[in-house]
Design a binder for this molecule. Structure first.
Ligand code: MG
Length: 289
């Protein structure tokens, strides 16, 4: 690598409510910036609560081949041959090497059935729901619901009140698991994992590949805070009601534009030359702190 080269830009992004519209799951408003990502061969690294199969689906839809972080930082999936050096990994799945930080869903299911008996709570996980029930609860289509069910490091529970989720959290704690509320349901995963730890681990691999790396991160919610704190430049898009989630990350830039519309602005600004109307593409942001 030439010492005078600019740092290599890599972009971490949340999916739901950020690159994907929260209700329709569409990324259509971000197409212009996605084209620029491909033209510039910029690594676009998904970092989401979504499963491996869900993220592979969206990678294929967007014609992207890159490492990604699944199930809220539980695992990093790296395409075979992506990095030019050897690195340690815990397991392999077709076409990918996996760096694991989370607890296997087999262990989680076992702990959940113990907890169900111990705490006398009535709840069901995505794994126990029929695809029809899951479609009804989430608004996903049947294929998307099946992809969402294929969890490897977490389980989302339905039928719990917030108070019951707190009880469950206490019961699961000795097993190294915790129960966290998302937008609608609570998800059980390893307590020690978060998006930020996985981002830091993946940035180190990119640093080994390119030496100087500039990491950007884009999110919309509280569960993106650790990811946004782990990158060099952090951006927040607007929620459907045009508000920004209150996240305390120094230098965080609040971008005008809901979900993928804001995403398009940020990435066009980072990569330049998106074409179209410059005024529309120019990032409009306010600085926090
Ligand atoms: Mg989100």
């Amino acid at each position: 690598m030439n010492e005078l080269s600019d740092p290599r830009l890599i972009i971490f992004t949340d999916l739901d409510g950020t690159l994907l519209d929260l209700e329709s799951y569409s990324f259509q408003p971000a197409l212009e910036a996605l084209a620029r990502v491909k033209e510039t061969a910029t690594p676009l690294l998904f970092c989401s609560s979504k499963t491996r199969v869900e993220q592979l689906y969206y990678q294929k839809e967007m014609s992207i081949r890159a490492p990604f972080i699944g199930e809220n930082g539980s695992a990093i999936f790296i395409p075979e041959g992506y990095f030019s050096f050897n690195y340690a990994f815990e397991r392999a799945v077709p076409g990918y090497r996996v760096l694991e930080m989370g607890i296997s869903s087999i262990v989680i299911q076992r702990e959940l059935s113990n907890a169900r008996e111990k705490a006398g709570l009535q709840f069901r996980g995505y794994a126990q729901l029929s695809p029809e029930e899951l479609c009804h609860l989430t608004g996903l289509d049947p294929e998307a619901a099946t992809r969402a069910q294929q969890r490897e490091y977490s389980e989302t529970l339905v039928g719990l009140s917030r108070l019951e989720a707190e009880t469950l959290d206490k019961v699961l704690s000795p097993a190294g698991l915790s129960c966290t509320w998302g937008s609608r349901f609570c998800t059980v995963a390893a307590s020690q994992t978060d998006k930020g730890k996985a981002v830091t681990r993946l940035v180190r691999l990119f640093q080994k590949q390119y030496e100087a790396v500039r990491a950007a991160g884009i999110g919309d919610s509280a569960n993106d805070a650790s990811m946004l704190a782990a990158v060099d430049e952090a951006f927040l898009v607007q929620k459907p009601d045009q508000r920004w989630e209150h996240i305390s990350v120094p230098g965080l830039k609040l971008i005008e534009g809901k979900g993928p519309t804001g995403w398009n602005r940020i990435v066009c600004d980072l990569l330049g030359d998106c074409g179209g109307n410059d005024d529309n593409n120019r990032t409009r942001h306010r600085h926090l702190q």
